[in-house]
Design a protein around this ligand. Structure first.
Ligand code: 5AD
Ligand code: SF4
Length: 448
C-alpha cells in the first residue's frame, strides 16, 4: 500500500480542494493517512492570503526535509495558492520539494507524484478546467462544502487571491446539482457553496444563471436539504433578487458573511473594493429588512498603507453601527506583486498591532452582547461532532452559524435538534436539548 498525507492551510476553498485531491489520489490507488511519519507522499495545500501562512508552510516543509533525509524515497509536493504565486521560487527556497501544482492543476497531482518518483522535479500551473469534485466519504458528514466557482476578478489592491487563483470560472449548474445531490443522498444536511467572489457566480456563463437562480434550483431540486449557505459574498454584487432568495427559500440560512474590510471611504477606494461605507450600511439594512434575524459577520483589515487614526476611527464606528455578530480581523500583510505592496506609507508593525487589539476589543464587546441576548432562545442545532476541546460533549451549529455545545450521545451526530440556549462561553453558546430526536433512545442507540 502507498500512503499519502495532506496538510491544509487557509480558507474553506482549500479544505474543499484537499477533499477533492484526496478523492483523486484514492481513485489512483493511494491510501490516506493521518500520520505524516507513515506517508510515502507528503502534500501541503498552501494559502497565500497572509505572510504568516507562507512562513508556516515553509517551516513545515523544513520539518519534512528532515524526515526525507532518513527516508529519501518520500515525495514532497506543494499545491495550492502559494505554489501558484511563488512558482519556481518555491523550489529554490525549499530544496526538499519534488513537485508543485497550482489550484487549478490539482487533478494532475496523481500523475505528478508518479513523475516525481522517477526523481524529476515537476510543476504544473496552467489553468485548466475545474475538474473533480467530492464524493461522499464513509460515515456521517453533517455539513459539506461544494465549490461553485473559483478565482476572482475584483483585484482588491491588497489581495493575492486573483494572482494565485486566476480569473473567475463558474462551474455549470448541472455539475453543482449532481454534487449536492450526491452529498445529500449520503446523509449530509447542510451544504456550504464556495467561491472567492460568489455573488458573481455565473457572470462568466453568459448571464444565463446567477447565484440567486442557483440557490433556487438547488432548493427546488433537492427538497431534503435542510440548510444551504454560501461564502463569500461581495457587497457590490449583492442584488435584490439574491436578498429575496435568502428571505424566501426555506433551506437558505439567515446568516451572511459580508466582508467590509474598512470603514473609511478613502481606504475602501485605495483597496479598490467598489463600494462606500454608506453603501455597505444601506445594503446591510436592506438585507435585515428582508431577513429580520440575520446573523451578520465580516472581515476587516487594519493598517492598510496610508491608514490614518481618522480612517481607523471610521472602522471602529462602522463596527459599532453595523451590529456585527462576528468579525474576523487582520493586520494588513504585504503580498508580493499586489498594488498595495508598492504604496507609500506602509504602517509600522507596532501600530498595526495596536489598532488590531483595539478593533478586537470593540468586536468582542459587540459579539458578547449579541450572544448574551440569545440566552433563553430556542434554536435548531445541527450536531456536527464532539466538542473540539473536551471531546466529551457534542458540538453543533444554529442556522445563524453560532457554535453550540451540549450534552448528548454520539448517535445524535448529523441530526438537527431543538435546543434551548442556556449560557455563553467564549466563542460559543451552551445549550440544553428540549426534546431528543425521534428514533434515538437515551443511551444513544438508534431504535429505528
Ligand atoms: N493582508 C491582510 N488581510 C488580508 N486579507 C486578504 N488579503 C489580505 C492581506 N494582504 C483578508 C481579507 C479577506 C480575508 C479572507 O483575508 O479580510 O476578506
Ligand atoms: Fe481578494 Fe477582493 Fe477577490 Fe476577495 S474580492 S478574493 S479580497 S480580490
Amino acid at each position: 500500500m502507498k500512503f499519502f498525507y495532506i496538510h491544509t492551510f487557509g480558507c474553506q476553498m482549500n479544505v474543499y480542494d484537499s477533499e477533492r485531491l484526496t478523492q483523486a489520489l484514492q481513485d489512483h490507488g493511494w491510501t490516506v493517512t493521518k500520520n505524516s511519519g507513515q506517508a510515502d507522499l507528503l502534500l501541503i495545500n498552501t494559502c497565500t492570503v497572509r505572510q504568516l501562512a507562507e512562513e508556516k508552510a515553509f517551516s513545515l516543509i523544513g520539518r519534512w526535509a528532515k524526515m526525507k533525509a532518513d527516508r529519501p524515497d518520500v515525495i514532497v509536493g506543494m499545491v495550492g495558492c502559494l505554489a501558484q504565486h511563488l512558482r519556481q521560487k518555491a523550489f529554490k527556497r525549499a530544496p526538499a520539494l519534488d513537485f508543485m501544482a497550482g489550484p487549478r492543476a490539482l487533478m494532475r497531482v496523481p500523475e505528478l507524484a508518479e513523475e516525481a518518483r522517477q526523481k524529476k522535479r515537476v510543476a504544473v500551473f496552467s489553468v485548466c478546467n475545474f475538474g473533480g469534485g467530492t464524493k461522499a466519504p464513509e460515515g456521517v458528514v453533517p455539513s459539506a462544502y461544494v465549490a461553485v466557482m473559483d478565482g476572482c476578478n475584483q483585484y482588491c489592491t491588497y489581495c493575492a487571491v486573483p494572482l494565485a487563483r486566476g480569473r473567475e470560472k463558474s462551474r455549470s449548474q448541472k455539475e453543482i446539482l449532481a454534487e449536492v445531490k450526491r452529498r445529500v443522498a449520503a446523509g449530509t444536511k447542510e451544504i456550504i457553496l464556495l467561491g472567492q467572489n460568489i455573488t458573481r457566480y455565473g457572470s462568466d456563463l453568459g448571464q444565463k444563471i446567477n447565484l440567486a437562480d442557483l440557490l433556487c434550483r438547488i432548493a427546488e431540486a433537492i427538497p431534503e436539504l435542510s440548510r444551504l449557505r454560501f461564502i463569500t459574498g461581495h457587497p457590490s454584487a449583492f442584488t435584490e433578487q439574491l436578498i429575496k432568495a435568502m428571505a424566501d427559500l426555506s433551506p437558505v440560512c439567515g446568516a451572511l458573511h459580508l466582508p467590509l474590510q474598512s470603514g473609511s471611504d478613502r481606504i475602501l477606494q485605495a483597496m479598490k473594493r467598489g463600494y462606500t461605507s454608506t453603501q455597505y450600511t444601506d445594503l446591510a439594512r436592506k438585507i435585515r429588512a428582508f431577513v429580520p434575524d440575520l446573523v451578520l459577520s465580516t472581515d476587516i483589515i487594519v493598517g492598510f498603507p496610508g491608514e490614518t487614526e481618522h480612517d481607523f476611527q471610521a472602522t471602529l464606528d462602522m463596527v459599532k453601527q453595523c451590529d456585527f455578530d462576528m468579525a474576523f480581523c487582520f493586520k494588513y500583510s504585504i503580498r508580493q506583486a499586489t498594488i498595495a505592496a508598492e504604496l507609500p506609507d506602509q504602517l509600522p508593525l507596532l501600530e498595526k498591532e495596536k489598532r488590531l487589539a483595539l478593533l478586537l476589543d470593540t468586536v468582542e464587546q459587540k459579539a458578547v452582547a449579541k450572544k448574551a441576548a440569545m440566552i433563553g432562545r430556542r434554536e435548531k442545532v445541527l450536531i456536527e461532532g464532539t466538542d473540539v476541546k473536551t471531546k466529551q460533549r457534542l458540538q453543533g451549529r444554529t442556522r445563524g452559524n453560532h457554535i453550540v455545545i451540549l450534552d448528548g450521545p454520539p448517535a445524535w451526530i448529523g441530526r438537527e435538534i431543538e435546543v434551548e440556549i442556556t449560557a455563553t462561553a467564549n466563542w460559543s453558546l451552551m445549550g440544553e436539548v428540549i426534546s431528543p430526536p425521534a428514533g434515538i433512545v437515551n443511551n444513544g442507540q438508534a431504535i429505528a
